[in-house]
Design a protein around this ligand. Structure first.
Ligand code: FMN
Ligand code: SF4
Ligand code: SF4
Length: 309
């Protein structure tokens, strides 16, 4: 049972602008990824804003996307469902996520990559600070053409505990952020078309005010969370000490005054490799070759995007 003060708080949310944050600093446009020229690449595929019945004016995005693939998928879905509203960037290392809350009128897309078949642990920690207050959530697990395993059920459980109503799940493929030849070029034009079709079905469900829980694949208890540590290294001769990698790291694992170092807190997300303008950061070549070879049997055949309602 809710306490009286909690009820009053919820009413306040319902009757005021629903989405709220304590400060605007982390309603971010995932600026560190602008180098990908994502907008330009996506513009070819974007449908009209809010073209489907049941689509809200704008979707709130809650996204953990170190190298941009998850963000692309989330944006495609959001554009078809009413356009992109505020974005909460779960990669932001110094944000106070406890200041973020929603209300029952809000519709959110919550998108994460699969890391070893699970939600990345740091994304769980940050999601556990956000309050849903009955907001509808569309869950998205983006993966590198191997498998997303327990990612959607774990995301469902975390969000339900935080007060969201989970109404749909999507498993979508993007380039593998470690071994980039797997899922290369995905989401491609066909994927984006398919995501638009998924959005239509989700919009239909929302239009019926059907907030029933989707049947999601995955196991409870979840598989053990054990991503192998893969810490990028810096080529000191290439590095110009610009600090881009240190500022972009989701967990502050690169000292700003010594970007040649990688601390043990690194979560192996590969973002620093992607944002470095000098291509000075990389995984050790032998390690990357070994991972690529190991993934070959399970990543080579193209997988399909999936919708769960
Ligand atoms: C540490 C780590 C673990 C990963 N584990 C999986 C996995 O279990 N299955 C899979 O298909 N892809 C896996 N991937 C690939 C990512 O899920 C995929 O590339 C995703 O698009 C990355 O999202 P981003 O581009 O938003 O960073 C992993 C990537 C990383 C960095
Ligand atoms: S982004 Fe690249 S060049 Fe800049 S500090 Fe980091 S490693 Fe050095
Ligand atoms: S140092 Fe580790 S955690 Fe930080 S951006 Fe690079 S790979 Fe990600």
């Amino acid at each position: 049972m809710k306490s009286k003060s909690k009820q009053t708080e919820n009413m306040k949310y319902t009757h005021s602008i629903c989405f709220s944050t304590g400060f605007a600093g982390y309603i971010l446009a995932l600026g560190a990824l602008s180098a990908y020229n994502e907008k330009k690449r996506l513009s070819t595929f974007l449908p009209n804003r809010g073209q489907f019945k049941g689509a809200n004016l704008s979707m709130k995005l809650i996204v953990f996307s170190p190298t941009g693939g998850t963000h692309r998928v989330a944006v495609q879905l959001a554009q078809s469902l009413g356009g992109v509203g505020q974005t909460i960037d779960l990669c932001c290392a110094d944000a106070d996520f406890s200041a973020v809350s929603f209300c029952a009128d809000d519709q959110c897309i919550v998108a994460v990559p699969a890391f070893a078949g699970r939600v990345p642990a740091i994304a769980v920690t940050r999601l556990r600070q956000i309050q849903g207050h009955g907001a509808a959530a569309i869950l998205v697990a983006v993966y590198g053409n191997r498998a997303f395993e327990d990612t959607l059920v774990e995301l469902h459980d975390v969000l339900t505990e935080q007060g969201f109503q989970c109404v749909a799940g999507v498993g979508a493929i993007a380039e593998h952020s470690i071994a980039r030849q797997y899922g290369a070029g995905r989401p491609n034009a066909k994927d984006l078309e398919q995501l638009t079709a998924f959005a239509q079905q989700i919009a239909d469900k929302l239009a019926r005010h059907d907030h029933s829980a989707p049947a999601l694949p995955g196991n409870r208890p979840y598989r053990p969370y054990a991503p192998s540590p893969m810490h990028p290294q810096t080529d000191a001769e290439q590095c110009t000490n610009c600090g881009t990698c240190a500022r972009a790291c989701p967990v502050g694992a690169i000292p700003l005054d010594a970007p040649q170092q990688t601390l043990e807190t690194c979560i192996s997300c590969m973002r620093c490799i992607r944002v470095c303008p000098e291509q000075a950061r990389a995984l050790p070549a032998a390690l990357l070759a070994g991972i690529t070879q190991k993934l070959q049997p399970v990543c080579s055949q193209p997988k399909q995007n999936e919708l769960f309602l």
